[in-house]
Design a protein around this ligand. Structure first.
Ligand code: ZN
Ligand code: ZN
Length: 337
């Protein structure tokens, strides 16, 4: 496997694919970037050319003003890709957020997959993770410790609906990241039969609209800013986590504070944010999903990035799997888990 190290180079600010002169998820501006998904710690502005799925490109256009139509950028649906410098790149579903992709690279008879962020369980807002056989599997490790086991999503959604019904004079305010988590919580609520309007903070409006344009039905959404306070009693309100303990929340009727994140597994984190109703809903693989995925992909070598690299590294060693930790910088784990 030493050969791979001659054509793919992990750097602190991204993974460099040498023969193609392409970076994957670089944290600083480069000439050519292949981007796994739209979260800020993977997608940055200022690159010469961006290669991504159509959805990720649309998200980057919305967030950073990337010109999705410009000829120097290119969009590839799942299963498709491009060739450069003898390296074949293709994009495959990662199940993380709308448009999220694993990037497969094939060169000189070797196959390397970079997952970006991923999860294995079903998510009504994005295509499900696909197992892509490869020689080297570059996996994230956000929740790479055995303590992180996410409960069934349906249980957490039932808890949320139960909390709203229990106190019809109050609203339940759910903190959820603007890209991915907010839309997923809304879509999961719809699947669970919650068909009342859902009230949103203005900061979520554009991304929810982008999801709707891409065929993800979120039902009726209303802006909190355009709603009278009493109307939101007994209703669900979504806002970015930063708004939870903000003056903004005073416009809601006596809100119960909730937050949807994999980190809500850790009581201390819920307390820090003064969250009364922690909802363990994550867009990242938990410990069991990470280890099961490595076993299923069964690569010759596993490279581990951002998160608890050491926990997953130890698991690989214990299971006689060749592995190494990559230390990438600029991955903000708080942002989107
Ligand atoms: Zn992400
Ligand atoms: Zn990430």
């Amino acid at each position: 496997m030493a050969k791979a190290k001659t054509w793919i180079e992990p750097h602190p600010h991204g993974i460099y694919v040498k023969p193609a002169d392409v970076w994957i998820d670089p944290s600083r501006p480069v000439e050519r970037a292949a981007v796994t998904h739209g979260h800020a710690d993977h997608a940055r502005s200022g690159h010469g050319s961006v290669f991504a799925t159509p959805e990720t490109l649309a998200i980057m256009a919305l967030r950073y003003g990337v010109d999705a139509e410009a000829s120097h950028n290119a969009a590839f649906p799942y299963g498709e890709g491009f060739e450069r410098g003898g390296v074949r790149f293709s994009f495959h579903p990662a199940g993380h957020v709308l448009g999220s992709a694993q990037i497969l690279m094939e060169y000189a008879g070797e196959r390397i997959v970079v997952t970006g962020d991923y999860k294995r369980r079903a998510d009504p807002t994005c295509a499900r993770f696909e197992v892509v056989p490869c020689d080297i599997f570059v996996t994230e490790a956000t929740f790479g410790l055995p303590v992180f086991r996410h409960p069934p999503t349906g249980d957490e959604i039932a808890k949320l609906i139960g909390a709203v019904r229990a106190e019809p004079d109050r609203s339940v305010l759910v903190g959820a990241y603007a890209l991915g988590k907010a839309q997923r919580v809304i879509a999961e609520l719809r699947d669970a039969g919650w068909d009342a309007p859902i009230y949103i903070h203005g900061a979520l409006e554009k991304m929810c609209h982008l999801y709707a344009v891409h065929g993800i039905d979120l039902g009726e959404l209303r802006l909190v800013s355009e709603t009278e306070k009493p109307e939101m009693a007994g209703q669900i309100v979504l806002a970015p986590p930063s708004a939870l303990n903000d003056r903004w929340s005073r416009r809601l009727p006596d809100p119960v504070t909730a937050m949807a994140s994999g980190w809500m597994r850790v009581r201390q984190r819920a307390r820090q944010r003064m969250v009364e109703l922690p909802l363990v809903i994550s867009d990242h693989a938990d410990w069991d999903e990470l280890t099961a995925t490595i076993a299923e992909v069964n690569p010759k070598e596993t490279w581990i990035t951002h998160g608890s690299e050491d926990g997953l590294l130890r698991w690989c060693e214990l299971h006689q799997r060749k592995a190494r930790a990559l230390h990438l910088v600029g991955r903000d784990l708080e942002e989107e888990a």
